[in-house]
Design a protein around this ligand. Structure first.
Ligand code: MTE
Length: 315
């Protein structure tokens, strides 16, 4: 079980916000966590060469860390928002954690977490994260573009989509029947979406490695799409020719489409998509509601991916 209290400074004390993690210390920490030990993650302030305005959620306030780590959707560990933070810490992610990359590729490849962490410097990016259930958070993720990992293989000309799969152990996790969705949890992106520089492979948040409930040790973050596209605890990546099935679209196709771009003009049968409640702001009686933006505010970077498409039909 992970014991997780950081000796590193609180998030707000880390300035400037663009930080590099000390990768060697991070690797040590990552291995220790996989081995069941907990060590604080060392951070050191350094400027990032990356264009910071494109990757930061403007002047928006970062959501308090305790909200992001205790109000979760991770159906493998329970369907209530408070259940993943209670149940997931008991789970011991397999060590070494590996990701299999296969499908329409010249040569399938399996990489472990240490190998993945060596592929690129880690960056911190503050992204808005909008759940279809009409709540949103602003999170300082730590990771690097998914394209870095995908580029470790040569995909064939048939590859048009990328399918992702979460680790699943029925002995430690809910059954599909209990959860109401298919397991292993499945997600997918079109190849150009998967290669988009905003699409992040994350290993941490708030200057620390990811907690189990947030998708340890490796999780996708696709900020212009509803939160459920951001698949947690990834073990398999498959290049495929056809649009792959996804856990939520299998369970309720009319409500959950493959694209699931944040879109205030396309209503969901259960929750309004016009506005969202920013968690951790306001209180129980004066919750803060804000207008939901097309593509969650990332239209400038991603709208061109969908030129000529009818987004009401391809929802
Ligand atoms: N990934 C897996 N494997 N299982 C899940 O149930 N839930 C999704 C997504 N990724 C989910 C998942 C949903 S519905 C949302 S909104 C986000 O994770 C929630 O991420 P958070 O709990 O870190 O805020």
């Amino acid at each position: 079980m992970l014991i997780r209290k950081a000796a590193n400074p609180g998030y707000s004390e880390v300035t400037p916000r663009e930080i590099y993690l000390n990768r060697r210390r991070f690797l040590a920490t990552g291995s220790a966590i996989l081995g069941g030990l907990a060590m604080p993650l060392a951070v050191r302030a350094a400027k990032l060469a990356a264009a910071k305005t494109a990757f930061n959620a403007g002047a928006e306030k970062v959501t308090p860390q305790n909200v992001v780590t205790s109000y979760n959707n991770f159906y493998e560990f329970g369907t209530g928002k408070d259940e993943p933070s209670k149940n997931a810490p008991k789970w011991q992610p397999i060590s070494p954690w590996t990701v299999r990359i296969e499908g329409e590729v010249a040569q399938p490849k399996t990489l472990d977490l240490d190998q993945i962490l060596k592929l690129a410097p880690l960056e911190e990016r503050i992204y808005r994260h909008r759940c279809v259930e009409a709540w949103s958070i602003v999170v300082p993720w730590i990771g690097f573009p998914l394209s870095v990992l995908l580029n470790q293989v040569k995909w064939t000309s048939k590859a048009k989509f990328v399918a992702f799969e979460t680790f699943y152990d029925p002995k430690q996790m809910l059954s599909p029947r209990q959860a109401g969705i298919q397991f292993p949890y499945l997600e997918g992106l079109r190849l150009d979406e998967a290669l988009h520089p905003l699409t992040l492979l994350t290993v941490g948040m708030y200057g620390e490695t990811l907690l189990n409930q947030n998708g340890a040790p490796l999780r996708l973050v696709v900020p212009w799409k509803y939160g459920f596209k951001s698949i947690k605890s990834v073990v398999r990546i498959r290049f495929v020719e056809e649009q792959p099935p996804t856990a939520w679209s299998l369970s309720w196709p009319a409500a959950y489409g493959f694209y699931s771009n944040v879109n205030p003009t396309r209503e969901h049968p259960r929750w309004s998509q016009k506005e969202e409640q920013r968690l951790g702001e306001g209180g129980l009686f004066n919750a803060k509601f804000i207008k939901t933006q097309m593509f969650n505010g990332y239209g400038e970077q991603v709208a061109k991916l969908y030129e000529g498409m009818n987004l009401s039909r391809s929802y």
